[in-house]
Design a protein around this ligand. Structure first.
Ligand code: GLP
Length: 243
């Protein structure tokens, strides 16, 4: 059997509709209105349920946006976000955006086993936990939770109530600069809280970045988890051969 025949048998109907819609979207400007489910179903000679399934996926992938009570439109292209050991503030500026931040929490907690291992401290030692909403040109991009040793960085929560950039505070107040980091990327659905903060739907696909950064002496600086809207951003890493 040819591979085309295999595809024809296995491809669900909604996926064929989705591919067809995707081809149409590519020729349209961002902001163009997409016909209603009813019109598309009639045009494509299929059910509204099938069209809806295709549209839901295209919205989740950031190709279309739904506006409540108004309709469905072609989305703006995603932001390309290079992965560098820079701060959100610096990276947004390098990408041509203005960063802003809403502080959601800045508190002292006790290290659990995971945080203690990441920060190289004992379980139960004080940790500064900072939760922030990060925006680029006023568009919510990510919910970011940072953990740093409260012993190593005394009064950090107080500083973060006044400042936007964690890396600027680390450098200016504590003379600490992260110089190496491990960054992980995984996917997860948005919780109701993240969805509300990021102005999206519960269950929307998120890209979850985990950064563990170290200073020049190899001491852990931060353990950070950042939940980005998967429909808004494409992360790009520049790779080079190890040889
Ligand atoms: C990025 C990183 C975080 C880091 C933050 C600092 O978002 N993923 O690990 O803490 O930048 O950014 P800023 O200095 O703007 O607070």
């Amino acid at each position: 059997m040819s591979s085309a025949a295999v595809q024809a048998i296995r491809e669900p109907k909604y996926y064929t509709v989705k591919r067809h819609l995707l081809e149409n979207i590519e020729s349209l400007e961002p902001g163009s209105a997409v016909p209603t489910e009813r019109v598309l179903a009639a045009e494509l000679n299929t059910s509204r349920t099938t069209v809806r399934q295709a549209l839901v996926e295209l919205v989740a992938e950031g190709r279309l946006v739904r506006r409540q009570g108004s309709g469905t439109y072609v989305a703006e292209p995603k932001m390309t976000w290079p992965l560098h050991l820079t701060s959100f503030t610096e990276q947004a500026a390098a990408n041509g955006f203005t960063a802003s931040t809403q502080l959601l929490a800045a508190e002292r907690i006790k290290a659990d086993e995971i945080v203690a291992a990441r920060l190289g401290i004992e379980v139960g030692e004080p940790v500064c936990r900072i939760e922030r909403l990060r925006l680029a040109d006023d568009r919510p991009m990510a919910v970011e939770t940072s953990h740093l040793s409260a012993t190593r960085f005394p009064r950090l929560a107080w500083h973060m109530k006044k400042e936007q950039s964690l890396y600027a505070v680390l450098d200016r107040v504590y003379s600490v600069v992260p110089v190496t980091a491990e960054e992980s990327i995984s996917t997860a659905p948005a919780s109701t809280r993240e969805a509300r903060l990021l102005n999206t739907d519960t269950g929307a696909p998120m890209l979850v970045l985990g950064r563990h950064s170290l200073d020049k002496s190899g001491q852990p600086v931060e353990w950070v988890t950042s939940w980005y809207r998967g429909d808004r951003v494409t992360f790009v890493a520049r790779l080079s051969s190890p040889g």
